[in-house]
Ligand binder design. Sequence first.
Ligand SMILES: Cc1ncc(COP(=O)(O)O)c(C=O)c1O
Length: 370
Amino acid sequence: MGKRQVKFNNLVPATKVTKELQNAFLKVLDSGNYILSKNVLEFEEKFAKYLGAKYCIGVGNGLEAIQISLMSLGIGKDDEVITTPISAVATTLAILAVGAIPVFVDTKDDGLINEGLIEKAITKATKAILPVHLYGNSVNLEKIQAICKQYNLYLVEDAAQAHGSSFTGKKLGTFGDLGCFSFYPTKNLGALGDGGAIVTNNKKNADVCREIRDYGQNKKYHHVRFALNSRLDEIQAALLYIKLKSLDSQNNQRRRLAIRYISHLSNIPSLKIVKADNLNNANFHLFVIRAKKRDKLMGYLKRSGVQTFIHFPKIIPDQPFLKPEYGNLSLPNARKFVKEILSLPLYPEMIIDEVDYTSKLIKNFYEPKN
Ligand SMILES: Cc1ncc(COP(=O)(O)O)c(C=O)c1O
């Protein structure tokens, strides 16, 4: 097998889309309106419609989407929020940003929060559950919604990796009191900079989130609450509006490539593929395997020209700034998971040949043919 280079991702849009993005950018430039104007409104409407939600509020990034959501529910000092130890650190940072306490619940073999362990973590101080649809795979919303109902808890979904994924035919982000998205460039719907959104079906939640993202004003220079400045800007909104048009086809392309990986890799005893039970529900934000001798495999792939990453190399409570307080928590599954996972290259424009090459290398690593 001749050596080649397989990139993990490629964020440069296809040429056809680039022209459209350039035109949209120039239109905003010429408009003279750069903050909370027509393009943000149009994108919010389009994204809400795409998801099947009533309201969308464009914000600065995914972390602040969660922070603002929690603020809008009145969650603050000493309240407890149940969440997962495996996510981008932003999920926990948002909880800490409102003064609340993250309560970490161990994960299952697929890296998603173990809904069977949530009830044990509920106390009098618990106000909300903040699960993460890791890699675009849905948590068990049926069970989590039932727990929220029984214990009168809010549900805030971290759908930052789950644009276009669904559960029982309904889009993720629309199950909770609020759903939070990031448009960080690597996401399935990525901006050309930072961006985020909150979706909800509740008008009051939507109004409060709108106020919080914009200095707490409900009309100009009339500030009714403590707030942030976290506004999706006009340029990113205009670009996202265009990119949203191809989200489904790009997710389908990711799925096709993932299915190809699965066909190559599913019979290797030394690895397990982390995937949704129903592949049609997932957006394949990342293609993740659990691999024996993970670090050696990663090194071998790197030497063979294939770029891989680990999402995420440490559970959040073991990050240096949290370790003194949370490092002793018993989270055996999550800690084992992060030692074994490896994210393989996957992006819509990737070619099948690259999937085949990467898969062959992995097979060769575990079953060398000399
Ligand atoms: C699961 C999850 N939550 C939250 C975030 C935070 O998003 P952002 O980087 O836009 O603040 C990310 C993105 O990295 C994420 O993957």
